[in-house]
Every structure is written in C-alpha cells, then in structure tokens.
Design a protein. Structure first.
Length: 276
C-alpha cells in the first residue's frame, strides 16, 4: 500500500516510542498511547503558537473583515480579491489555524497501522501485557464497535471534538464553524471500525485542544470595535478650552455672550403725579 510505505518511517518511530513507554517507563499499553499523544502535542507546540497568533490576528481585524464582507456582499469575486489583498497587507495567514490538525493527520494514520498489526508485531514480545484501560476498555487493539466501552469512547470523542471546535474556531465564519461541527459526527461511522486505542488517542488530543482553547480564550484580548452611531446619537460636546498657568480658563471670544442667559428688559416704574 502506497500510504503505508510512505508513512513507514513514522510507524517505526511510533512503535519504538510505544515500546519504550511500556518496557522502560512501565506504562500499560493504553496509558502508553495517552503518553504518546501528549508527546506529539508537545512537539506541535510551535505550530500551536502560530495557530494562536493567527487567531489573535484574525480576531483583531474582524471588524474590518466584516466591513469588507458587507461592502462586497453581492460580488463574490470582488470580495475574494479584496480579502486576499487585506490578508497580504496585514500579514494574515488563515491557513495557520489548521497547521496542528494537518500535522496530526500522518500521526493518526501511522498509529492506525501500528495498532492494526499490534498483535503480530508487538504483542508476541509481551505475551502477558495488559491491553485494557481503566477496567472499562478490555482490548485497545480491538475495533471500537466490538464492546460497549467503545461506544462510550465514541461519545466522549464526539463531545470533546465539538467542544474543542467551539473553543478554537471563534474567529471563523458561521458556515465554516457549522461544517467543523458536523464533520466529526459524520466521521463517527468510520471511527466505529477503528481500534479502540486509536479512538483513545483522538479523545486525548481533543481534551488537550479543549484545555488549550480555555487557556487561549483567557489570554486572548477582546477585539475593540468602534462605537455604533445612529441618527439619534447625540453629537459629542466640544472640548473645554485649555487652562492657562494662572488656573482660570480663558473663554474664547464671544463665548460668554453665547453661553450667558438672556436677561429680561428692565422696566422703570413711574410715580403717580409725576406727569401732569
């Protein structure tokens, strides 16, 4: 198989790390997969930092991007041209937010091949090894649909995938967010035939992403949007005149006459008998 031959070196690395975690560190095979997931995510930290910076940059320029979408709402081609120009001028790379996911995909496929051939290549060297996890999953090399615990893992997978998507896609368009929420649910039908250990890997990486999203939301500054004005919004008062060093403000010429209240005309009361 072409994919297996291309990913052969990565499969050897994953198998070596799993053997080390089990034989040298002393972890059961299931916890070795969890530890392997954590190691992979640690190695992807530089890409994750770029992803967070890209999300912050997108969120910072979100008002201008919305204004471009509103301005060119009826012309899709013009909107794409203006958005590409806007990305270039502000050094925004929207694809950077997908880098960790793209980098994990080869690891996911390679681990699938490792677990598929686990009983032939690894298990003969450890005949008494425990293949269960938390006394719930009896065998991490078996398909997820072979035991009720696999469906429990799939439920946790769906919830964690949805949560991580909601936390990490705050700057995406509504259509893209809906697509990212629907895809994991459609992917469940394929995951049913995957080894339970592979589902455990994906659940662990989703939980990592969820924690990362919570930290990111706390650290990311909220975008400052310009104040909305309407026809009923009163205009701002003119700035007060600057005060001289003496302490009292010197009004502008004509300011006193313009601001002082108008006095009614003074009426003179004449005495009776003064005029004959």
């Amino acid at each position: 198989m072409i994919v297996a031959s291309v990913l052969g070196p990565l499969e050897d690395i994953l198998e070596t790390v799993l053997r080390f975690l089990h034989s040298s560190v002393g972890l059961p095979w299931a916890w070795s997969i969890v530890a392997l997931t954590v190691l992979v995510r640690i190695l992807l930290v530089p890409l994750t930092v770029r992803q967070i910076h890209s999300m912050q940059n997108l969120q910072r320029h979100a008002p201008q991007m919305k204004e471009l979408q509103r301005k060119h709402k009826g012309d899709r081609q013009k909107l794409n041209e203006e958005m590409m120009k806007f990305y270039k001028e502000n050094r925004i790379n929207p694809a950077a937010s997908c880098l960790p996911l793209v980098a994990q995909f080869p690891v996911f496929i390679s681990l699938f091949f490792v677990l598929r051939d686990f009983e032939k290549t690894i298990l003969p060297d450890f005949p008494t090894a425990e293949l269960g996890w938390l006394h719930v999953v009896p065998n991490i090399t078996a398909d997820a649909n072979s035991h009720w615990s696999g469906y429990l893992l799939l439920a946790i997978y769906a919830i964690s995938q949805t949560t991580s998507t909601l936390l990490m896609s705050t700057t995406m368009e509504r259509t893209q967010r809906i697509l990212l929420l629907i895809l994991p649910l459609a992917f469940l039908f394929f995951v049913l035939n995957f080894p339970a250990g592979l589902v455990l890997y994906w659940v662990t990486t989703n939980l990592w992403t969820t924690g990362q999203g919570l930290v990111t939301r706390r650290l990311m500054p909220k975008p400052i949007e310009p104040p909305k004005r309407s026809s009923r919004t009163p205009e701002q008062a003119p700035p007060t005149p600057a005060q001289p060093k003496g302490g009292k403000a010197v009004p502008a010429a004509g300011a006193k006459a313009a601001t002082a209240p108008r006095q009614p005309p003074r009426r003179v009361k004449r005495k009776r008998g003064a005029r004959r």
